[in-house]
Write a protein that binds this ligand. Structure first.
Ligand code: HEM
Length: 142
């Protein structure tokens, strides 16, 4: 399903809040939510041996989170021109490290939670469509 122009502006407005103040700050928040589930944390060789309560502020979490936010930023800012390439690149990377396509969907509830926490729930429908497109592109790499 495509994104309407209303969807795109709702995504851009909410992304401006979600992705700040820096990608590393935002990425840390995302990963503290994502890694709460032990089975998800176990999928990350570099995080699985770090106790959950030591992840906040951990430079590796901030660094990784920042890179993930950058990919989402490239995808979102490039919805009309070439942003899919950023997702394809990361899709190939995920496939290479043995993460299944379905596992990537674990990110969806995390992004939706963050959206709600930031008071952007009115953009949830737009994010549904955005995420469906992200997963469609990601799937092409498997
Ligand atoms: C918005 C969705 C996601 C994006 C944009 C994304 C992006 C990335 C990027 C950019 C890297 C490379 C990091 C580097 O170069 O150091 C990476 C690696 C990885 N991703 Fe994702 N990711 C996403 C979701 C997920 C999810 C949900 C999982 C697992 C449940 C996952 C598992 C991994 C793993 C295991 C690696 C390898 C990490 C390592 O270097 O040790 N990713 N991802």
């Amino acid at each position: 399903m495509g994104l309407t122009s209303e969807d795109k502006s709702a995504v851009l407005d909410s992304w401006a809040k979600m992705s700040g103040p820096t990608f590393q700050d935002a990425g840390e928040k995302v990963f503290l939510l994502l890694l709460k589930t032990d089975s998800t944390k176990a999928l990350f060789p570099k995080f699985r041996d770090i106790p959950y309560d030591q992840l906040a502020g951990h430079p590796d979490v901030r660094d990784h989170g920042g890179k993930v936010m950058q990919v989402l930023d490239d995808f979102i800012k490039g919805l009309d021109n070439g942003g899919d390439g950023a997702v394809q690149k990361v899709g190939l990377l995920h496939k290479g490290v043995g993460v299944s396509h379905d596992n990537i969907n674990l990110m969806k509830p995390v992004l939706m939670t963050l959206l709600g926490e930031l008071g952007c729930s009115s953009a949830a429908g737009a994010w549904e469509n955005l995420w469906a497109r992200f997963m469609d592109v990601h799937r092409t790499c498997y």
